[in-house]
Structures are given as structure tokens and as C-alpha cells.
Design a protein around this ligand. Structure first.
Ligand code: NI
Length: 255
């Protein structure tokens, strides 16, 4: 069964001891990978890893990191554009807004998010969006931005889901769909399979039955299994359609 983990952070230090084996286990499980940067350094590393392991990369600056680049945004964007033009880079991400942790001031987050959306539109690349308690500003920024993309590890409610679907966006689901009380379990039943992507967000958000330990892309199978259970569809159908969705959104070559 072929699947695509559309969002993980393979460059993070949690994978330093056994990165090679993690990629190998994913490969054996038939899982393709899109590794996602969170700042300029990790994005450059994501591009390297994509070449090294014949996987795919996304490059972008996460809202948590916005304050670091606020003083010289032009220069950061120039470097990001250079990275985004590299081979095997299939998206701008992860970009977005996080009003839950607020590690960077909201104005800095917004300015950076809008600038990266503009870059994505210019390069005709899809975006991988992080939204934590920032629904209204996310929607306002995406409306009319002229980009396609996914809101990853979707954690908002039904209203936000419907608004994003209306904008042509995909929704990414990860480990929390396996958690008994997660809102995602309710929302996912109302998302058409044609707009759904699977992801691990590894090393974070480990699904059951491994919750509490480090996550890795091979665990995508637990997420697929739960999505099949929740939607009442055969697991093969979930795997096949979500893979097709990822291939379409990220313009992945066949195979
Ligand atoms: Ni992430």
C-alpha cells in the first residue's frame, strides 16, 4: 500500500541517532515523504535531505520564528526564494499563524505569512499552513492570495473546515485522530475524501498506540487505519485517494 506522509520534520535533532533507519522503515512500509522546514536553516537542511534520500521538501519560516526575521524580512525572503527554486522542493511551508503560543508578536507573524503567500503565488507553489487559534486571520490572508494548499494537522472546528474547503484547500490529519476525545474525529467525517491528506508531523503528535514516544513516518499506517474506521471506507481506498490528493496538490511525479 503506497501512502505519502505529507508533513514531517526529518531534520530535527530527535532523528539524529537513527535518521537513516527511520527513512528505511518508511520506505519498507511504502510511505513517501515530504520533509518540512521551519526556518531558513532547517529548510536548507530539508532540501539536502530530499536529495540525499530521494524524498521531497517544503521550505518556509514557521510563525514561531517570525521575530527572528522581522528586522530584515527582504533578505530572508530572498534566501527562501533561492531554496524554494531548488529541485525536489514541492511547497512553501510551514508557514502560518500561531496565536496559541504567541512566540512571535502577531504583527510580525502576519507580515511574514502574507509575504510567504505572495512568494508562493509568484513561484506557483502550494503552501503548507500552520493554524493555531488564528482561524479568522488565516482565512482573511488566504482569501484572494491566489494560492492552493493544505492546512496541516487540522485542529479547528467544522466552520473553519468548510471555509477552507470553499477556498479549494486540503485538510491534513495527523496523530490526534487516534486520540479518543479529539475534535478531529468529529470533523474528519465531514471532510470529503478528495480533500484529505495524511501526515504524521513527526517527531511530534505521535498516534496511538505509541503516544508518548517519538513519532516517525512509518506510524502513518495507524493514522490511515483510524481515518478508514472513522469514515467507514476501506483502508485501501483511503490510502489510494489521499495519495492521489497529495500527488495532485504537490505535483509529484508518478511513482
Ligand atoms: Ni509541523
Amino acid at each position: 500500500m503506497i501512502m505519502i506522509d505529507t508533513h514531517l520534520h526529518l531534520e530535527m535533532r530527535e532523528f539524529d541517532p537513527d535518521r537513516e533507519a527511520v527513512v528505511q522503515r518508511a520506505r519498507e512500509a511504502g510511505i513517501g515523504l515530504i520533509t518540512v522546514g521551519i526556518d531558513l536553516e532547517s529548510s536548507a537542511r530539508a532540501v539536502e535531505l530530499a536529495h540525499e534520500h530521494k524524498i521531497y521538501a517544503a521550505v518556509g519560516v514557521h510563525p514561531h520564528e517570525a521575530r527572528r526575521y522581522a528586522a530584515d524580512l527582504e533578505r530572508a525572503l530572498a534566501r527562501l526564494e533561492e531554496l524554494a527554486r531548488a529541485e525536489r522542493v514541492v511547497a512553501l511551508g510551514e508557514i502560518g499563524l500561531d496565536y496559541y503560543r504567541n512566540y512571535s508578536p502577531r504583527e510580525a507573524q502576519l507580515e511574514l505569512f502574507r509575504a510567504q503567500l505572495k512568494l508562493a503565488a509568484k513561484l506557483n507553489k502550494p503552501v503548507i499552513v500552520h493554524d493555531r487559534q488564528a482561524d479568522d486571520d488565516i482565512l482573511a490572508a488566504l482569501e484572494g492570495a491566489g494560492v492552493r494548499g493544505v492546512v496541516h494537522s487540522f485542529s479547528s472546528g467544522l466552520e473553519e473546515a468548510e471555509a477552507l474547503l470553499g477556498l479549494g484547500f486540503y485538510l491534513g490529519f495527523s496523530g490526534p485522530v487516534t486520540f479518543p476525545k479529539a475534535r478531529q474525529r468529529y470533523v474528519i467525517k465531514r471532510v470529503p475524501l478528495a480533500r484529505l491528506l495524511l501526515e504524521t508531523d513527526a517527531p511530534f503528535l505521535t498516534p496511538l498506540p505509541h503516544r508518548g514516544r517519538r513519532n516517525e513516518p512509518a506510524y502513518l499506517r495507524y493514522i490511515a487505519r483510524e481515518v478508514a474506521k472513522l469514515t467507514g471506507l476501506p483502508r485501501e481506498k483511503v490510502a489510494e485517494q489521499t495519495t492521489r490528493n497529495a500527488a495532485a496538490l504537490f505535483a509529484l511525479p508518478p511513482g
